[in-house]
Design a protein. Structure first.
Lengths: 312, 252
């Protein structure tokens, strides 16, 4: 039995996360890829990589994601094909239907999985709890075929020209109850471009309030850095969304990422994988950001900021 | 048109500096954990309260767990929710929790069900989507804006995608939304409201055993320190000096 990979695509491009799932799924041999879209031909070619035995195309009314459509199609496909596991990206769309497939069919489930192993024919999944401080190995005794939402950036995306068989599957006819209307591009402030900055001064929850943000704005200006932030300060309205780094913000690749008071949630760390040097200052020695940092300092962020302004 | 909004709230667990695993290695010793109300669920509660302020109706808070999990539920009551329901259950995985919550959704017949996108201690993003499926309701995940049109009884919502992109979608309630932080700024409760919420009667139901669980934890373990960070020691002044040197060198 092989694994079923559900492809994720947007704007006519299959996302790299999909090809990462194809790599992860090789544990049980070449995978089957399900592709749900309206314009199938060009998308199908993009998932025809080594390690794919079969591409199942499912024609639906539109290319844009609708949770009901994915839920119905994937649940029907799982019932027909009985895959060893169903692999879905741990993404905004993925959590919008993947857990539903598991609930509808009473299947095992885990999300943000960052390790996979096979024991006999049973999958074992590793994921984190408590902000990454504890890892857990999960087993799926109630079902042979879990739905697993995999963390991006863990498995190398499968590349190259494959030779997969093609087949079609008919979507169960049902009117979607969550209708896609349109995509709206993120609000951008034209003067802020985090993705091109070589030096980012990033601030997080510990900076707390408007006074704190102002202090770091001055510091950024003084040391020639572009100010960036993790989600909490943006949510509080203290800093523009255009300055947000992470999964729902910008993916950055500076030479230096200097982080003050950022604990390092998974969704934030996704955004800084491309940074050449990460320096983190945090009062909490257990902060997950130290796991990815090149240099760290366990200290009060305001004290270090004060001193940095003096010595620069 | 009065709206009934059911908000699912989780009391999350946080590791203190020192933690211990149980002898079987399957979980953390719970007595040593600190608890808090899940941040996403506070945003969900706030959004429900705002809808009640605009359209009238009722906000019901629902939680799953033992009596200790009423902490989050009572926090939401103190913010202004009308009443609370707890499903007594030892379930820890999202599918078991969704199975525990689903009968309350069926009994309450709300117009909208709000869950937080995820819980800070577990980060699976699953309970809301599973609950929707079990309750037979449509679901939109990671919602950062809701515009409800009462005459047409429809909601136009914005889902927050990767990179800050937005998907606008149309939903006809009843439906489940998982609410993203940043949709609002949750209000603080005053002392009197907190006292009243602490004394409020919370209806408790027993969970039926779930037909299947999402997973069973085989073992938990502290990850090997994967980090390679070189730590800068000393007082703030020496850290800053050292740090300035590294930055200048790396910028070239």
């Amino acid at each position: 039995m092989s694994a079923l990979v559900v492809a994720h695509h947007s704007d006519g491009e299959v996302t790299p996360a999909t090809r990462e799932l194809i790599s992860a799924g090789q544990l049980t041999g070449p995978v089957t890829v399900a592709l749900i879209a309206r314009t199938l031909a060009t998308l199908a070619d993009q998932v025809d990589v080594p390690g794919v035995a079969e591409i199942v195309t499912v024609e639906v009314a539109q290319d844009a994601f609708e949770p009901d459509v994915y839920l119905d199609v994937v649940a029907a496909l799982v019932q027909e094909r009985r895959p060893a596991a169903t692999l879905v990206p741990f993404s905004v769309d993925g959590i919008g239907y993947g857990p539903g497939v598991a609930a509808r069919l009473s299947l095992g489930f885990a999300a943000d999985v960052h390790g996979l192993a096979l024991e006999g024919s049973q999958f074992l999944a590793t994921r984190s709890f408590y902000g990454g401080r504890i890892h857990a190995e999960l087993e799926f005794p109630d079902t042979a075929a879990p739905v697993l939402l995999l963390r991006s950036g863990v498995w190398a995306p499968a590349e190259g020209q494959g030779n997969a068989g093609r087949s079609t599957f008919s979507a169960p006819p049902r009117l979607s109850r969550v209708r896609h209307l349109e995509f709206v591009a993120p609000e951008v402030a034209s003067d802020i471009d985090l993705t091109e900055a070589s030096f980012l001064l990033a601030i997080g929850r510990a900076v707390r309030d408007a006074d704190g943000v102002a202090q770091f704005e001055h510091l950024a200006e003084q040391i020639g850095a572009t100010l960036a932030a993790s989600r909490p300060l943006v949510d509080l309205g203290l800093i523009s969304r255009a300055r947000q780094v992470g999964q729902s913000g910008k993916i950055v690749k500076p030479k230096v990422y200097l982080a003050f008071g950022i604990s390092g949630a998974v969704q934030h760390l996704v955004g800084i994988r491309g940074a050449e040097t990460v320096i983190a200052v945090n009062v909490d020695p257990e902060a997950p950001i130290f796991e990815v940092a090149d240099y760290g300092a366990v200290a009060d962020v305001f004290d270090v900021a004060d001193q940095l302004a003096r010595v620069w | 048109v009065a709206l009934k909004v059911l908000v699912c709230v989780k009391t999350i667990e946080q590791l203190s500096d020192e933690f211990e695993l149980t002898p079987d290695g399957r979980e953390v010793v719970r007595e040593r954990l600190e608890t808090a109300t899940n941040e996403w669920d506070l945003a969900a509660t706030e959004e429900a309260l705002r809808m009640r302020e605009e359209f009238g109706g009722e906000v019901v808070i629902l939680t799953c767990g033992d009596a200790a999990t009423e902490l989050g539920l009572r926090r939401a009551l103190a913010m202004g929710a009308d009443r609370g329901v707890r499903v007594e259950s030892s379930a820890r995985d999202p599918l078991s929790i969704a199975y525990a919550l689903a009968p309350v959704v069926a009994a309450e017949q709300p117009d909208l069900v709000f869950c937080g996108v995820q819980s800070a201690d577990s980060v699976q993003g699953a309970t809301g989507t599973m609950l929707a499926t079990l309750a037979g309701l449509p679901c939109a995940a990671v919602v950062r804006r809701i515009q409800y049109n009462e005459t047409r009884r429809r909601a136009v919502i914005e889902r927050e995608l990767e990179g800050g992109r937005i998907a606008r979608m149309e939903v006809h309630p009843p439906a489940v939304f998982t609410i993203q932080t940043g949709i609002n700024r949750p209000r603080h409760a005053n002392l009197r409201a907190i006292k009243r919420a602490d004394a409020a009667e919370v209806k408790v139901f027993q969970a039926v055993p779930p037909p299947s669980r999402a997973y069973v934890v085989r073992r938990m373990f502290a990850p090997a320190a994967g980090g390679h960070a070189e730590f800068l020691e000393g007082d703030a002044a020496s850290i800053a000096r050292h740090l300035a040197g590294i930055v200048r060198e790396r910028l070239g």
